[in-house]
Design a protein around this ligand. Structure first.
Ligand code: COA
Length: 199
């Protein structure tokens, strides 16, 4: 596996790190998503959705219209972060979002989804995106992040666990893949520093 490229959070995450890829040594920067990233994100998500069913359960749509809604400036219920080429900012190689609940009872919980271009995996980009979401969730005063992961998605499970997410539940046969096979859903949670007390 190629050398890892960070896992840094906050300021350091805004810096570029050079990662190995088909494009040989692309400098990748993790930053907040911008409206002009919509096409680049749609291209990435379409490719990842064709390759695996794993985005199917987490509510990411590759449609540019849907993404423009998520990327609206001033949005406080939705956080989007991207890993993009430092030289060609429209080249998006990683994406993550967290969306807080609409109902007042769920506004403290951000639901997370993440995807990295297959050519750039295993180099710490998913980790950097997720740590950035943790930072952004803290800033917004949220209390929890949660994520729904297919039980047979080893890469995603390892990613969430090594960032500090805990397995909160395993729901048997909750998901069905394209071949009609039933797969358990793992629900991961991460406790942020929010002030709300559980009752
Ligand atoms: C899951 C995903 C985002 C991981 O991105 P990534 O950039 O490769 O993640 P990282 O390089 O930060 O790796 C994180 C950890 O997972 C491990 N890992 C990554 N892919 C793995 C795999 N296929 N099998 C086992 N472990 C894997 C890494 O080794 C690392 O662990 P380590 O720190 O102990 O070495 C990426 O594989 C992906 O986009 N998959 C398809 C979409 C998806 O499943 N999204 C999740 C739905 S919410």
């Amino acid at each position: 596996m190629s050398p890892r490229v960070g896992g840094a959070v906050g300021e350091r995450d805004a810096e570029s790190s050079r990662v190995a890829s088909r494009d040989a040594g692309l400098a990748v920067r993790v930053r907040r998503g911008l409206p002009e990233d919509a096409e680049g994100i749609a291209t990435l998500l379409s490719a990842v959705s064709r390759e695996s069913p794993f985005l199917g359960a987490v509510g990411i749509s590759p449609s540019v219209e849907h993404l423009r809604v998520l990327l609206r400036p001033g949005e406080t219920r939705i956080v989007v972060v991207v890993a993009a080429s430092a030289e060609a900012p429209s080249r998006v190689v990683g994406y993550a979002h967290a969306v807080a609940g609409l109902a007042s009872t769920m506004r403290h919980v951000g639901t997370v989804a993440v995807a990295v271009d297959a050519a750039f995996r295993g180099q710490g980009i998913g980790t950097r995106l997720l740590k950035r979401l943790v930072d952004e969730g803290q800033k917004l005063g949220w209390v929890r992040l949660r994520a729904s992961v297919w039980a047979n998605n080893a890469g995603s499970r390892r990613l969430f666990e090594q960032v500090g997410f805990r397995q909160d539940a395993r729901i048997p046969e909750q998901l069905m893949d394209q071949d009609g096979r039933l797969v358990d859903e793992i629900v991961y949670g991460y406790r942020l520093r929010g002030a709300v007390q559980a009752r």
